[in-house]
Design a binder for this molecule. Structure first.
Ligand code: DC
Length: 237
């Protein structure tokens, strides 16, 4: 029964350390990993390639349902390669403009609904770590552990700037800060699945924490909620 398969959700805006934390947890526990933001990003890229615009809601929903995307383990790009219609797009989907396009598409209820089954299909034994904006509120509301990361806009922009630079993108910090703020407003104010913590989520402000601190705090929660699974493994052992 999928309902018996444990899920940890990690939600929050970009630049909070969500992706690094989720990858760490999936690796540590040897669970499956859903990067739901990558799904929205790939969909935005596919829409552009197929010349489907934002007004064509049914066209976008159909594209979302039929999307030919595969997530593969790889040594690069935080351990996962994203393949769209047979071509690797792992780096291409990481630009801030693709993030903005993803955020626009993600505000359409029909698109979110069309991606729901696909997201649920990632829940496979022995468990799932799901990273996104509405993992704990909408997609996996019964998850046993829900984490919500926050951080100041300035700090998140600084982290994203560093990340994008490291990936070889040409970025401008003030402009990135504006784009991130606009994306936050769109993601938090949309009517369907807005970005907000689930009532039972553990909220961690990472502004003044490094990623090791965040991992240590979350590891305590994981051990507490999953004593049977984490007894013999993990950080600090
Ligand atoms: O996490 P990310 O930056 O890769 O996500 C890109 C955009 O996709 C984000 O701005 C909003 C949207 N998104 C969403 O609406 N719901 C999710 N579960 C994940 C991402």
């Amino acid at each position: 029964m999928p309902a018996d398969i444990p899920v940890i959700t990690v939600d929050g805006p970009s630049g909070t350390g969500k992706g690094t934390l989720s990858s760490y947890l999936a690796n540590w526990l040897q669970w499956h990993f859903l990067d739901s933001g990558a799904l929205y990003r790939v969909l935005a890229l596919a829409a552009e390639r197929h010349s489907i615009n934002y007004e064509d809601v049914s066209g976008l929903a159909e594209l979302a349902r039929d999307l030919d995307v595969v997530f593969k383990h790889s040594a690069s790009e935080e351990g996962k390669a994203v393949i769209l219609e047979g071509t690797e797009v792992s780096v291409l989907i990481r630009t801030e403009s693709c993030g903005t396009a993803a955020s626009r598409i993600a505000s359409l209820p029909e698109v979110r609904q069309a991606l729901l089954d696909r997201q649920h299909s990632f829940r496979k034994p022995p468990g799932l770590v799901a990273d996104g904006r509405d993992m704990g509120t909408v997609v996996f509301p019964a998850a046993r552990l829900k984490i919500f990361l926050t951080a100041s806009v300035e700090e998140r922009a600084r982290r994203r700037y560093k990340q994008l630079k490291e990936k070889g993108f040409d970025v401008n910090l003030p402009q990135l800060s504006v784009e991130i703020t606009e994306r936050d407003v769109r993601d938090s104010q949309r009517t369907v699945s807005p970005l907000r913590p689930a009532v039972d989520a553990a909220v961690i402000d990472t502004t003044h924490l490094n990623i090791e601190d965040v991992i240590d705090r979350v590891a305590v929660l994981v051990r507490d909620r999953f004593p049977d699974i984490t007894g013999k493994t993990g950080r600090n052992n």
